[in-house]
Every structure is written in structure tokens, then in C-alpha cells.
Design a protein around this ligand. Structure first.
Ligand SMILES: [Zn+2]
Length: 175
């Protein structure tokens, strides 16, 4: 597939790269729209340490399911979807409390840092686990759906503030 790869800080190249294998609990999404986040702008020049090259950026996106892993249920080829920017585990303490952006070993799509690297959606395809998917209603465009993540971050921040004032230190964009 074609992908826009950050090959070094402030330098992008369109490259032919292999499509990541779809794990049993993942789906392969054909990307239709992807946003550029402020964190991408501040990451591509090396200032945040969150886009260590080489990496395919892009964590707010939408598309169509092209393929489903063997254990995927409830999602079908052809579904229009968007997804969380953060891939979190379902079975840890934080996730069980709904604090997904704090879960252990979480990864953010399109981020490459010292702890992890997970290629993002500046590409023709992306694989994501089924539990971070959201269906896009028929009357919502792919472009609009790609904007759900930044809105979600803002709403999540508001929710956390309301749940517990002590947790305000964790409020903010996960990436
Ligand atoms: Zn973002």
C-alpha cells in the first residue's frame, strides 16, 4: 500500500509499504479521511519526542472495513467506521474504570516514542482492534467522522473533570 512516511524530522516521503497483518481481534480499514492534529505538527519536527522517525502519522481517521480478523464479531466488511486514537487493553484496572487513556501498555495510533511505535492512518489501510471502533451513521461524512477524535478528547476531558477533581492532572489529549 502507499503510505506517507515521516522518514526524518520535517521530511515526508510517499512509500510503498506492506499492509500490516490483521490480528484475530482486528479489522483492516481502508482509510477514507484523516485529520492532521496539532500533536502531529508539534511531533513531526521532533519537539515532542512522540513522532520518532520512521513513522506513519495520523490518529483521527475514518474509513470502510475491508477485512475482519477471525474472532471479530459485530463488524462486517463494508461497515463505515471511525475509531479511538488510543489502543487500550480491556482487562486492566484503568480500563475497567473507563479511564482508557491511562490503561497499561496503551498505544496511540500514529505515534512513535521510546515506549512504543504504532503506525497511523496517513496510509491506504490501517489495522485496529475491534473494541476501539465506532460505526458512522449513514448521514455523516467520512471527513466529519474523522473529526470525532478531537471532539471526543475534549468531551472526555470534561467528563473526567466532572468525575473526580483529583484526576484533572490526566486531562488532555492522549497523544
Ligand atoms: Zn489528536
Amino acid at each position: 500500500m502507499k503510505a506517507l512516511v515521516l522518514t526524518e524530522y520535517n521530511k515526508f516521503e510517499i512509500q510503498e509499504v506492506p499492509i500490516t497483518a490483521t490480528q484475530p481481534d482486528e479489522v483492516l480499514v481502508k482509510v477514507k479521511a484523516v485529520g492532521i492534529c496539532g500533536s502531529d505538527v508539534h511531533g513531526m519536527d521532533g519537539s515532542t519526542g512522540r513522532r520518532i522517525p520512521p513513522v506513519i502519522m495520523g490518529h483521527e481517521a475514518s474509513g470502510i472495513i475491508e477485512k475482519t480478523g477471525a474472532s471479530v464479531t459485530g463488524w462486517q466488511v463494508g461497515d463505515r467506521v471511525t475509531f479511538d486514537s488510543t489502543i487500550y487493553r480491556l482487562d486492566d484496572w484503568y480500563s475497567r474504570k473507563g479511564l482508557y487513556n491511562l490503561s497499561d501498555n496503551r498505544m496511540v495510533l500514529g505515534v512513535s516514542c521510546n515506549e512504543f511505535k504504532r503506525d497511523g492512518a496517513f496510509a491506504e489501510y490501517i489495522t485496529v482492534p475491534q473494541h476501539i471502533l465506532y460505526k458512522i451513521p449513514d448521514n455523516v461524512s467520512f471527513e466529519y467522522a474523522a473529526m470525532v477524535e478531537p471532539i471526543g478528547v475534549a468531551l472526555h476531558a470534561i467528563n473526567l473533570t466532572q468525575i473526580s477533581v483529583n484526576d484533572t492532572a490526566v486531562v488532555g489529549a492522549p497523544e
